[in-house]
Unconditional design. Structure first.
Length: 264
């Protein structure tokens, strides 16, 4: 089982911790050069007068561009503790309470990132601001930049896992998709609510539900009871608080399926 997560804008910057070690991150042998390229471009751009606008930062978060200037000096924390947005709060990923949970986070959770490409949930990162939808001089739009780099990294990981639970948003999903011939299953997680007989997509609540499902699957893995099939994941989703039903679509030609959580 492999769980793919997006990062979050919400972060809790660590007040202490080790400095960034690029050699310790996921697939450092393949991705360090690309990560260094993005870091260098981001550092140059973050000093520009219009840095906040290019990064898509609003008035309340414009000062966050300064975080990108001290990436190698700032203290680092595990990604699952650094990210504190809606999905991460719902998944309760702030700490790994048992050795089993730590092992599940390290081996079975990968976070896509505009700055780092892809990292383990336990990889140590500094606070930063860069969305996958941003475009940097020399790199271009980042989902296209990382798409060229991540196929050789995530393809083998997905093949070994066989079952991929995709809890990413659309911008991050564009940075990697399985090859048509990969032979496994990828479940894209959706959430809908039925109002007056019609289905309504609930974007904000979808983050919460994806987080709940991710947290449940990580807990099951830590307990040695993680599902190995799409039907098993659907059963776990159907048992979540606030879910009335969980529906699986038929797989497409690449083995991708939608798991739709129908909210009560």
């Amino acid at each position: 089982m492999l769980i793919l997560l997006p990062p979050s804008e919400g972060k809790t910057p660590p007040v202490s911790g080790p400095r960034l070690d690029l050699a310790s991150l996921l697939a450092a042998d393949r991705l360090t050069t690309a990560r260094r390229e993005v870091m260098d471009e981001l550092s140059r751009m973050s000093t520009a007068p219009d840095a906040a606008a290019i990064l898509g930062l609003g008035p309340r978060s414009a000062a966050d561009a300064a975080l990108n200037l001290v990436l190698e000096e700032a203290p680092c924390a595990p990604a699952h503790e650094l990210y504190t947005g809606v999905l991460y709060e719902a998944a309760r990923l702030g700490g790994a309470g048992t050795p089993g949970e730590a092992e599940a986070l390290s081996r079975h959770v990968v976070i896509l990132s505009g700055l780092w490409g892809a990292v383990r949930a336990t990889d140590r990162l500094p606070a930063h601001r860069l969305a996958m939808g941003a475009s940097l001089p020399g790199c271009g739009r980042l989902n296209g930049f990382w798409k060229r780099e991540l196929a050789a990294v995530l393809g083998p990981i997905a093949e070994e896992a066989g079952l991929v639970i995709d809890a990413r948003s659309s911008a991050y999903a564009g940075a990697w998709q399985p090859a048509r011939s990969w032979g496994g299953e990828l479940l894209r997680i959706r959430a809908v609510r039925i109002r007056q007989g019609r289905r309504q997509v609930v974007s904000h609540h979808a983050k919460h539900m994806r987080g709940l499902l991710a947290g449940e699957l990580i807990a099951l893995r830590a307990a040695g009871r993680s599902p190995s099939t799409a039907n098993g994941v659907a059963e776990a989703g159907a048992g979540l608080e606030g879910v009335a039903d969980a529906e699986l679509s038929a797989p497409d030609h690449s083995g991708r399926r939608d798991l739709t959580l129908v909210l009560a």
